[in-house]
Design a protein around this ligand. Structure first.
Ligand code: FES
Length: 139
């Protein structure tokens, strides 16, 4: 990160952008989401989804999540946080993650960088749509 970026962003963004969690391409993901922003940057999110029985009912949960991006520091931080937030959660819980929650956790997201957070959430939604479509194809 540049000196200016460190001055511009809150400590949480600096932390996640400097030491991103779950960054890297996943081998053989169960679902992939690709998202783009108005700036021309992109994020990819990869998911490993497994099933388990809870009180007799079968639920799907996210066993692993990774991301890659060519986006800015906020995109790195946002995508990193998304993967961290959804790991271990059910697919239904992951579907409820919203931009406002992401921005709240990240702290001070400059107005001109809000689309980077939206891109991370949209990419997650695309990965979950990918998963639903894949299941329909198998039926
Ligand atoms: Fe393009 Fe943040 S991802 S400006």
């Amino acid at each position: 990160m540049t000196f200016i970026e460190k001055e511009m962003y809150g400590s949480r963004i600096v932390e996640y952008a400097s030491k991103p969690r779950n960054r890297g391409v996943m081998k053989k993901p169960d679902a992939v989401g690709v998202g783009g922003g108005p700036c021309g940057d992109m994020i990819e999110i990869y998911l490993k989804i497994k099933k388990k029985k809870v009180r007799g009912a079968e639920i799907e949960y996210i066993r692993d999540a990774k991301f890659e991006t060519m986006g800015c520091a906020v995109a790195v931080a946002a995508a990193s946080l998304v993967t961290e937030e959804i790991k271990g959660k059910t697919v239904k819980e992951a579907e409820t993650l919203e931009v406002e929650k992401l921005k709240k956790i990240l702290g001070s997201v400059p107005l001109v960088k809000e689309h980077c957070c939206e891109m991370a959430i949209n990419t997650l939604k695309n990965a979950l749509i990918f998963w639903e479509n894949k299941k329909k194809e198998k039926q």
